[in-house]
Design a protein around this ligand. Structure first.
Ligand SMILES: [Zn+2]
Length: 484
């Protein structure tokens, strides 16, 4: 710890308390878990109405959670200075802090950890984590997400003496990166895992080369990146080769398909752990050994809602979701519009855990297979392509449609984009530079004035889509039944 870089927040007493409560709730989710849930909810409502001018003004007579109207990120960010219960917290100071990449995971105002959401869902949010919420996230990670499943040995709470490779969003105060840095700085050197951070935006062959040299024991990344690396492990791509011996793969941030899970498990032959989390609550649900998502409902409330933000019955896929974080009493989130599509599942999981099951329809964009000048395949992760356009062109409402043979990318824009032609010019420039950096050659970038394609069932927009190959036309038989 130095004067300029105070150690990340950690409270031993709160950590022990959260650990023992989380452990107890795990033994009896419906009993002890729900009792803790009730106590935490009353404490949150109390602290919020006492300490947050924003919520007090909005809900002078609120008594229970249902009395709070759903609130959006834009609304909270607009009232940032009135939002927190610690009245020292203000937007100007928080923005200045997160603008400096040197202070990632430093304690802010002596007590807090700060992180931001990325820009994919509009304006980035700035989230203040207090020691209580960090203790809850630590306990959930240690006991549930990383806990020993059947036939698995646990790597322990802190991954002592392991070699971690984190391939994720870097270059900003993003939750995943901040958490990695906090871990690196909190654990005594003799016990700490060795952590190497790599940017998921870099060409896959460079990431693979760095991983090959590092030989990590744990790979932490997005499902699309883990799947692309699994493919390299099984089948080298040009000069890119990968031979890793992993103990575990930890994933989050995107939807993990059954196909990806199989591919990752087959390639690395190790336990694969997956979670559903957000900047607003680090691990909302964790995946059990049976591949189901269990909700941490002792620490949060998740309400699937329809278009009018009204609660939905059990079993229906939601339009959006409201999150209440029961751990964070400093920057309260009550019935916060998380935006994800979630379905509550009535059945109990065959793994034996009584924590409720949910299904999440998360990001599920396609990975592109393009070519370099020598016609060798180049894998492009959808997240990297999206970020290149968002950050390079400041355009978020677009869709990239890639031809099945990888020689063309068509950009479409949502109606809300005022000047689509200008958006295209900027996006094409950013995308061309990105593709060149990845060694891609011979891919045409064009614009279409057509509406972006939406998924038939959900109406959801995928940003990066590989179009299916056109069916091969066969010659009609010379004679036979008339064809229509
Ligand atoms: Zn289960």
């Amino acid at each position: 710890m130095t004067a300029q870089h105070p150690s990340p927040p950690f409270d031993t007493w709160l950590w022990m308390q959260a650990w023992s409560e989380t452990w107890c709730a795990g033994l009896d989710p419906a009993g002890a878990g729900q009792r803790l849930h009730g106590q935490r909810l009353s404490r949150l409502i109390d602290a919020t109405l006492r300490g947050s001018p924003f919520y007090r003004r909005r809900h002078p007579d609120a008594r229970e959670l249902a009395d709070f109207r759903p609130v959006s990120k834009a609304e909270l960010m607009a009232h940032f200075d009135d939002w927190a219960t610690d009245r020292r917290i203000n937007r100007a100071a928080a923005q200045a802090f997160v603008a400096d990449p040197q202070c990632i995971a430093d304690a802010w105002l002596g007590d807090y950890l700060l992180w931001t959401s990325s820009g994919t869902s509009g304006e980035p949010g700035v989230f203040v984590q207090d020691a209580r919420s960090l203790a809850a996230y630590d306990a959930i990670d240690a006991l549930r997400l990383r806990g020993a499943g059947p036939g698995q040995a646990s790597l322990g709470s802190w991954g002592a003496r392991q070699r971690f490779a984190f391939v994720g969003a870097t270059g900003g105060h993003f939750a995943g990166l901040v958490s990695m840095e906090r871990l690196r700085r909190l654990v005594p050197a003799a016990l700490a895992p060795e952590i190497r951070v790599l940017s998921v935006l870099e060409p896959l062959r460079d990431v693979a080369q760095a991983l090959q040299a590092l030989q990590p024991s744990v790979l932490i990344t997005y499902p699309s990146c883990a799947a692309a690396l699994a493919q390299l492990q099984q089948r080298p791509e040009g000069s890119a080769q990968l031979r890793l011996t992993l103990k575990e793969v930890w994933m989050g941030g995107e939807q993990l398909s059954a196909e990806q899970r199989e591919q990752i498990q087959a390639a690395f032959g190790c336990p694969v752990r997956n979670n559903y989390g957000a900047s607003e609550f680090f691990t909302i649900a964790w995946e059990c050994a049976h591949g189901e998502l269990h909700l941490n409902d002792d620490w949060l409330v998740l309400e699937p809602v329809d278009e009018q933000l009204q609660p939905l019955p059990m079993g229906e896929m939601s339009h959006s979701t409201l999150l209440t974080n029961l751990a964070n009493l400093t920057q309260p989130l009550l019935r916060y519009q998380l935006g994800d599509r979630v379905r509550r599942v009535a059945e109990r999981c065959s793994c034996g855990s009584a924590f409720p099951l949910i299904e999440v329809q998360g990001r599920a964009d396609d990975t592109l297979r393009l070519r370099d000048a020598q016609h060798r395949p180049v894998t492009i992760l959808p997240l990297a392509l999206e970020t290149a356009i968002e950050e390079g062109a400041h355009v978020t409402q677009f869709q990239a449609l890639c031809g099945s043979n990888g020689d063309s990318i068509e950009l479409r824009f949502e109606a809300s984009v005022g000047d689509a032609r200008a958006a295209f010019t900027q996006s094409r420039r950013a995308l061309a530079a990105f593709l060149a950096h990845h060694g891609v050659s011979g891919t045409r970038i064009s614009m279409s004035a057509a509406e972006p394609l939406r998924q038939r069932a959900s109406g959801k927009l995928r940003r990066v889509v590989v179009l299916p190959a056109a069916p091969v036309r066969r010659k009609p038989p010379a004679r036979g039944p008339a064809r229509r």
